[in-house]
Design a protein around this ligand. Structure first.
Ligand SMILES: [Mn+2]
Length: 347
């Protein structure tokens, strides 16, 4: 496996020099953050990220993410122009050595939590989703803002988007995803890039919005749209694994065997009796997922792609971007190194 670490660019409180000191750290997972979604990334912006990584002794070969504009997901009138821009961005990042591009197809809100700094008994904090705090909120009528949501949307824009997605429904969203894949996968193939779709987080509908990349049936359907290694998955264990119906070690086995996992996000979650979940430390004992079984399934089935520790807790008094501090993700990376070493030696 090739170990990476997400970095939010020059404004990230975690420095590349710190990331470099994590044992076995190889790749920086980053993006261009100075242009809005839908626009073509300036070559000099991509080059700046690449040079900064190289200067720190790291490789920039995974992009997370090139955001998919809402018009593409909605199949709006500008969709074909925006898909052309997306293709151009794939070509551009490929020129700078990118091998894997992560993206998602979640309408409007991306990932959703009810708190980003829930305090645990040991004093650490993490992201959680408590369903009782979502119940009773109605974005069609209330002005609401959940932590982590894109604050650039006004409440009236949110309502317009909710209406549009309500009309589109799951079947319409699937059609638009299929069209998008048929358009962009050939470009990725030509460029030697593997596209890695991130599953919906959490993998179920919120506020009536369709969310479709959520289970084994959906992953099968998605991979079948274009049967190519360029059309692959970002297996995010915490996103898929926050519902008990997704058997993550089984999914890891199935899709690694078919060489359709380009990128793995490793993190653990504790599923709660009321259907919610808490993000926890990475190791198996800390949550509901058997991280050893997941890594073993990957290794035993020939996985040799990109891996990164996903969200960590905030520990040791660190402050910064929720889920993306240095310390707990570094502990996660050390644990991931141990799991891979053990599984590879056993194999
Ligand atoms: Mn993830």
């Amino acid at each position: 496996m090739k170990l990476g670490f997400r970095w939010y660019g020059e404004s990230d409180p975690v420095s590349l020099d710190s990331i470099r000191q994590i044992p076995n750290m190889r790749s920086v997972v980053s993006a261009v953050y100075d242009v809005p979604p839908g626009e073509i990334w300036p070559l000099e912006s991509i080059e700046r990220v690449k040079l900064a990584c190289e200067k720190a002794g790291l490789v920039f070969d995974v992009v997370e993410s090139i955001p998919v504009h809402e018009e593409i997901k909605l199949g709006g009138k500008n969709a074909s122009k925006l898909i052309d821009n997306y293709k151009e961005n794939i070509r551009r990042v490929a020129k700078f050595g990118i091998k894997c591009v992560t993206y998602n197809f979640m309408p409007v809100f991306d990932w959703t939590r009810t708190s980003l700094d829930h305090r645990h008994p040991d004093g650490s904090t993490s992201l959680v989703l408590y369903p009782d705090e979502l119940a009773g909120l109605d974005p069609q009528h209330d002005d609401i803002s959940l932590p982590g949501w894109d604050a650039s949307y006004s409440q009236s824009e949110v309502r317009r988007l909710l209406d549009a997605y309500g009309e589109l429904g799951e079947s319409g969203l699937w059609q638009n995803l299929e069209h998008f894949l048929r358009e962009i996968v050939p470009t990725a193939e030509e460029c030697g890039v593997r596209l890695a779709i991130h599953p919906d987080d959490p993998p179920y509908s919120i506020f009536g919005l369709p969310r479709i990349v959520r289970d084994e049936a959906a992953l099968d359907r998605l991979l079948g749209v274009v049967d190519s290694p360029a059309n692959s998955l970002c297996l995010c264990t915490g996103s898929l694994g926050c519902v008990p119906t997704n058997n993550v070690p089984k999914l890891a086995e199935k899709y690694a065997k078919r060489d359709r996992i380009a990128f793995v996000h490793l993190r653990n979650v504790q599923i709660l009796p009321n259907g919610g979940f808490e993000e926890r430390a990475h190791l198996s004992d800390a949550g509901s997922l058997d991280m050893f079984a997941i890594v073993k399934a990957l290794v035993d089935n020939g996985f040799d792609g990109y891996v990164r520790p996903d969200h960590g807790r905030m520990i040791w008094g660190e402050t910064g971007r929720a889920g993306y501090g240095l310390f707990d993700r570094a502990l996660g990376a050390a644990y991931i190194n141990g799991l891979f070493e053990a599984c590879e030696k056993m194999h």
